[in-house]
Design a protein around this ligand. Structure first.
Ligand code: NAI
Length: 392
């Protein structure tokens, strides 16, 4: 159980790039990083494309005004001059800036925690992996839903054979917030999401399905996609070539099959994302709408609901528990868990502690690469007339 005591000797000196006052995701990063007050200390920022608004926001969060920089380039240059300069930055800017900012931060000797989808191409992601390795630095990816403890329970139960042989993986991340085009015109966060120059080669595949795809990899680490078929549409025509709806069929290398539905036009839906893994004797199902419950359905037996924080859970699920059974945990706890693991990974890297790094399960650079690879394969299939393609 996590109750806020320190996991590393001192908080890491941390800065945010993007994630400013009007951003959608910035506060989630701060909830995650600053939750325990023992893993990170926010010391600097380049919060905003609007320098003045970014500075004002940073000061309001308690930062020194002279460490609220106008640009990320200025942040990296000025912090490099300080003995107590930034050690790790989080990048929460629109997709099209992730690659250049990550590269610049690594070259400045700073660890990176970056938003998904990590970059536009696998080639870029592999270049960054090589650079991070050369510099001895960590790149973490904020798949923010992946820190819910019951996902570790799913992983342990599947590994222990408690559902039998895996036959099917059913994945969904849908909402209805783009059912019409009003946000495309008025919301800054939506405008760039439907612009391929900034969003990259996809809309919903990158924006939301990368989360659920990573969750499937977290709970099923042995399962590899062998081939897939993706059909994508733009129900709002002005979004083309980017899709607001996509359906993907997958074949895995062990003979299992899978299905992903990613959509922003699922009008009225507030369910968000879910994963159901169907084995030869039982199924497991989890949804982030109700993340403290895990359905375990054994064929021929009454269905069970497992609850977070209960002693019958696997030790890996209990290790990530914060509030205890009966008390609702949510997205902030999930972010806090992955941010804590980023901090442990950074400290282990600083110490040359390979054993810790080898045993730590968190969304690392490889998870980021796999997200980009997933988008690339889906887009290749969709743009090839929704045909089956080998997963490359
Ligand atoms: P947004 O458009 O709401 O906010 C972007 C923020 O970045 C703004 O504060 C803007 O001023 C700032 N910004 C833009 N360019 C900048 C630059 N060059 N330097 C410094 N600041 C800059 O976007 P949103 O929705 O917050 O998304 C940001 C990133 O986070 C995207 O990659 C998105 O895919 C990801 N995201 C992830 C979520 C998750 O659950 N992990 C949830 C929502 C978004």
């Amino acid at each position: 159980m996590l109750i806020g005591e320190k996991s590393i000797p001192r908080p890491l000196r941390w800065a945010m790039i993007g994630g400013g006052r009007l951003s959608q995701v910035g506060y989630k990063h701060r909830c995650g990083a600053l939750r325990d007050n023992t893993a990170y200390q926010m010391v600097a920022s380049a919060f905003d494309i609007d320098a003045e608004r970014g500075r004002d926001f940073g000061v309001n969060l308690g930062l020194d005004a002279d460490r609220c920089y106008a640009t990320y380039q200025q942040l990296l240059a000025e912090e490099a001059k300080r003995e107590d300069g930034v050690e790790v930055v989080s990048i929460a800017t629109p997709n099209g800036t992730h690659f250049e900012i990550t590269k610049a931060a690594l070259n400045a000797g700073i660890h990176v925690i970056c938003e998904k989808p990590l970059f536009f191409t696998t080639a870029e992601a592999l270049e960054i992996k090589a650079l991070a390795a050369k510099k001895g630095l960590i790149v973490g990816v904020t798949y923010g839903f992946s820190g819910h403890p019951l996902l570790m329970q799913m992983r342990a139960m599947i590994a222990n054979g408690e559902i039998g042989d895996v036959r099917m993986v059913e994945l969904q991340y849908t909402h209805g917030f783009s059912a019409n085009d009003s946000a495309d015109k008025f919301s800054e966060a939506q405008k760039w999401r439907v612009d391929p120059k900034i969003a990259g080669p996809s809309f919903v595949l990158g924006d939301i399905s990368t989360h659920t795809f990573y969750i499937s990899q977290l709970v099923l680490p042995e399962l590899k996609v062998k081939s897939l078929l993706c059909d994508r549409q733009s129900f709002i025509p002005s979004r083309a070539p980017l899709e607001d709806n996509a359906m993907v069929l997958m074949h895995y290398d062990n003979g299992a099959v899978g299905r992903m539905w990613a959509s922003s036009i699922n009008a009225g839906s507030m369910d968000s994302q879910s994963i159901r893994v169907i084995g030869s004797r039982a199924s497991l199902e989890w949804s982030d709408y109700n993340p403290g419950e895990l359905k375990y359905e054994v064929q021929g037996q009454p269905n069970q609901i497992m609850h977070h924080g209960m002693p019958y859970l696997h030790e890996s699920a209990l290790a990530d528990e914060r509030l205890g059974a009966l008390h609702t945990e949510g997205l902030a706890e999930s972010w806090a868990n992955i941010y804590l693991k980023f901090a442990i990974a950074i400290h282990a890297t600083q110490q040359g502690d390979q054993t810790t790094l080898d045993n730590l399960i968190y969304p690392d650079i490889n998870a980021g690469i796999e997200g980009v690879r997933w988008i690339e394969n889906c887009v290749r299939s969709a743009d090839n007339g929704a045909s089956w393609v080998n997963y490359e």
